[in-house]
Design a protein around this ligand. Sequence first.
Ligand SMILES: *[C@@H]1O[C@H](CO)[C@@H](O)[C@H](O)[C@H]1NC(C)=O
Ligand SMILES: *[C@@H]1O[C@H](CO)[C@@H](O)[C@H](O)[C@H]1NC(C)=O
Length: 496
Amino acid sequence: MDTSARRRISPVTTEYNGNLLHWTLVAVAVGGIVSAIFYEAFVREYFTASEEEQIPDMVVAVMSARENFAQRQTIRGTWMQHLHTGIIAEKVHVKFIIGKHGCNMHPDYRNYQHSCDPLQLDAYDISKAKTFNLFKVDRGHENSAVYEFVVVPCLRIFIRNSVIVNKIGVLSNISQPVSVKLLSADGKETVASASFMTGIGEKHHGYIYKAIQPIILPQAFEGLLVAQNIADSVQYRGSSETTAPGLVDVTGMFADEEGIQPVVGVNAISAGSLAFLVQDSDRLKAMISERNQKNNDWHQRESSLLVKLREENARFGDILFTDVTDTYANLPAKLLQCFKLTAPKLDFKYLLKTDDDCYLNLPRIHRELQMLTRSHLWWSNFRVNWPVQRFGKWRDAKYPSALYPPFACGAGYVLSHDLILWLAANSKYLQQYQGEDVSMGIWLAAVGPTFVHDNRWSCDSTCTDDSLSVAQLNSSSMHELWSNEQTCGNPCSCPT
Ligand SMILES: *[C@@H]1O[C@H](CO)[C@@H](O)[C@H](O)[C@H]1NC(C)=O
Ligand SMILES: *[C@@H]1O[C@H](CO)[C@@H](O)[C@H](O)[C@H]1NC(C)=O
């Protein structure tokens, strides 16, 4: 009876998404009601028992998307079973980390599928004949503020909705001759080009345009618009803007000895421009007219997901809801929220971060933790000298260097409590970069953690006899690993 009473009030077994203080107060109240003797016993137990007995060794944070019910069920039915038996029961907590909010916008109407910013389509007159100029430089009035613009010779272009390019432009103040080229993202192929020699051409909003053989740039085309031989700084009155952000996304770039980098933190103005028509205006119009309906349906879907999630948590009690919109782009924020909700409230020794498609060899990880330091520890399989991508799916438009600092592969890493506390305390100063794994590397570079590099944290589906984690698994593979582990102690395979 004593044990079960203790279990109810001990912070070790209390859910840590509740509030420890709250539970302590409940404990005090219960103690008062039941008996003063019990209360004293509790206080004695709580404050004098050895640290080892009180503090969970490890919290496992499994990053999981709202709709991944099946993945979570698979984990509950496989490696999470260890929580109920053997040495690690009670010593390890597992929580699924899920964003409380869904993105209420249908993916077709987002700037990027993995974010939750709206695609800006409203302002346009989308008729077949309408020509868009990619940029507009507005000189403003005589006495309006003068801005110093950095003229950027190179522009990354990403096509959100298919367009037909029929003209190439150059900033009219740039001394000629100059040529402007549209290249494929790898820089190898010239898609279109124009040369400007005499300052003659059609003038629109600060640019001079020349007609080219029309070309279709399909949705998701990624390329570079490069102007050759230009000076680097020009003063303008007024401002420059992209005229059709829902159709084409642009980022100013420059090249230096480290390679090609995004321009950040200055008023940039593009040396080159394009003129184009919408390629399939009927499709785009239909898309715009269906927007409200599709977004409403999506909202409904997200609301019913939340109901299901609450039911799931009522049943299993293993979800930690973070106050973020649950998208891929928000993973760094979600991770920081998770740290804020755990580390200051619960005195665990280590936190292990993993994903919901990963298998963990919990007994082995737990056994080896006993041999590791309890401060400044970062134990994982690290990626070192990893180049920052400027194009493609893993494009990073923020980190201003060619290489990332070392970062752990997201499938599995262990951090000591002090590092999690530091991240939680500083979370409001930490910027989000592309991906939760590289963000962690950038944030922790400031602290100088002790890297314990270990190849046994497998970053993919390779299973070796000493693996600590195996990643990118479907449900049947997870069950197979678990069945092997139970049969012969080795998840990868058993002798036949
Ligand atoms: C840009 O061109 C306009 C018109 O030709 C001129 O008035 C202005 O002084 C020029 N600005 C610069 C910085 O060259
Ligand atoms: C799961 O993954 C394994 C290994 O990659 C593959 O052979 C199997 O077909 C997959 N099963 C399902 C249901 O997708």
